[in-house]
Design a protein around this ligand. Sequence first.
Ligand code: VGL
Ligand code: ZN
Length: 211
Amino acid sequence: MEEIAIRPGDALILVDIQNDFCPGGALAVPDGDAVVPLANRLSRIFPTTVLTQDWHPAGHGSFASSHPGKAPFDSTEMPYGTQVLWPDHCVQGSAGAEFHPALELRRAELIVRKGFNPMIDSYSAFYENDRRTPTGLAGYLRERGFRRVFLAGLALDFCVAYSAEDAVRCGFEAVLIEDACRAIDLNGSLAAAKERMAGLGVAFTAAGAVS
Ligand code: VGL
Ligand code: ZN
């Protein structure tokens, strides 16, 4: 595993480490809570941590319950393309939308909420799923002089992967901390996500190799 030294201009982005993505949650990622101790350790060694928080209004367009006749994990066509339909999750103000209780928030300098547009999902920390509506994160990172982002969290094959890909498209170097992520792995989504990331030049490392 590639050893990587943290340098000025690096930021850690911890993606969606929320109750609904952990065991017992509405969209539980297998073993999702296993990332928490690694995320905490990483946030103590990075100069800056950014958190993302999936934050949907009730009745969100990505919920299967908003599409009569559809079940969770079916797909549908939205104006911006194909969208997987999810169980209701991370509803604004609900306990499921809160960060995992053991996640240390102290070092987070920014919390990016996403998915609040009722008709557009937002996997990526940078753009909504129309791939055109920005969250503002790229501007924030640029204004603060960050050049390289390290990503970890949930789920590797959706929000983490989309964020890493968009980071590269926005001109940042991106490093995925693979063992500090867990995946949903829906119909081969994990292998596909890794291939897309590798193709864009995202680097892969492990939490223990970053210092
Ligand atoms: C996510 C599906 C729906 C994620 C969020 O955090 O990966 N996946 N909303
Ligand atoms: Zn969501």
